[in-house]
Design a protein around this ligand. Sequence first.
Ligand code: S3P
Length: 446
Amino acid sequence: MTHSADRPTPLQARSSGPLTGKVRVPGDKSISHRALILGALAVGETRISGLLEGEDVLNTAKAMRALGARVERTGAYAWEVRGVGVAGFAQPEIPLDFGNSGTGCRLVMGAVAGCPITTVFDGDASLRGRPMRRVLDPLELMGARVGASGDGGRLPLTLNGARDPLPIVYRTPVASAQIKSAVLLAGLSAPGVTTVIETEASRDHTELMLKHFGAQIVSTRDGSHGRKIVLTGQPELHGADVVVPADPSSAAFPIVAALIVEGSDIVLSDVMTNPLRTGLFTTLREMGASIEETEVRGDAGEPMAQLRVRASKLRGVEVPPERAPSMIDEYLVLAVAASFAEGATIMRGLQELRVKESDRLEATAAMLRVNGVKVEISGNDMMVEGKGHVAGDGLVATHMDHRIAMSALVMGLAADRPVKVDDTAFIATSFPDFIPMMRGLGAEFS
Ligand code: S3P
């Protein structure tokens, strides 16, 4: 699915009255991809409720169908998957197009790497520019082979899965749940034990869900911030029920909007609060944000809570580099919050932001500068000078990146003058109802 040929849809956000009301943001993107993939690798029926029906996840659903699983929508956000069993994927007759989604693409690379089939992977211009070597390196160690590919292993590429995949011990070179998950998914088809070691713990949804589907997988602490994950290969995965909690990375946008728009008071239900995803909440609270958690509960190892967020006076803070994996997708909207804070916010260890849907380090700095905020990038660190208010009046380039579009629109809700984004189309990859949901809370877009 590519948007490049579509006409861009610009939008402007203007200073709004208090945001109020209760909403449930869409299902978690990471968990939605994994539920479809593990459902397709399991024997029997998997019933998913609360699936994110955004373009990224719908592309993964299509890929699972092309690989032989039965995937059906049975109601609003309700899906059923009948899987083919571990190593049971059929040779797809069409190239798998992951659109804008690095997660879908990289996880499925892992899932097919241990099956004796040839799969063609492709995506939009943004995804074609992103590094795939980080996933292909370990998959090649496990026996998969890359046929044709773009420069440096980029998309479009052909992956020949291993007939007899090898279990490996792999230390991930960067904290990345996508690399970890690709190795674990390939390890499902390998005999014996596949081990992944990470120096900084990344989101553990794959591990939790594999356990939920019946795999033997053990995760222990390794070093001060790391994890060692040991998976026993060739399990029989059985279909399971998955309830997808609301996505904290999507909740981040109404949360920051409520914090910076004077007088706001909103409630977000069922937000996933897995500690490997909540670095933004920790940081915002350190800045003085009022975010209250109630109705704390959990499902299949994933905790969730209701959040009440009230407009707050924010102050600048320093965000340590080891927090980055738990808030890697949230720095853009944190930079918006930091712009409205009093004092400097320093965010360290942001190198991974350069290889997301866009170069988010440069794109975030550009978004702030064009709206009159002073920002400096020094190596992998970013410093935002908060002045308590933002001038606005900027036109923000979204670079095919949903999170830039949403962050800029949030900024416009509290800026002195309106903020415009050049294209909102990519918001549909992760948060299709963002604009109507924010309008329902009182946001003014035109
Ligand atoms: C994701 C992992 C992160 C994150 C992405 C979703 C996942 O990427 O940025 O949006 O679901 O595994 P990396 O693991 O490459 O940091």
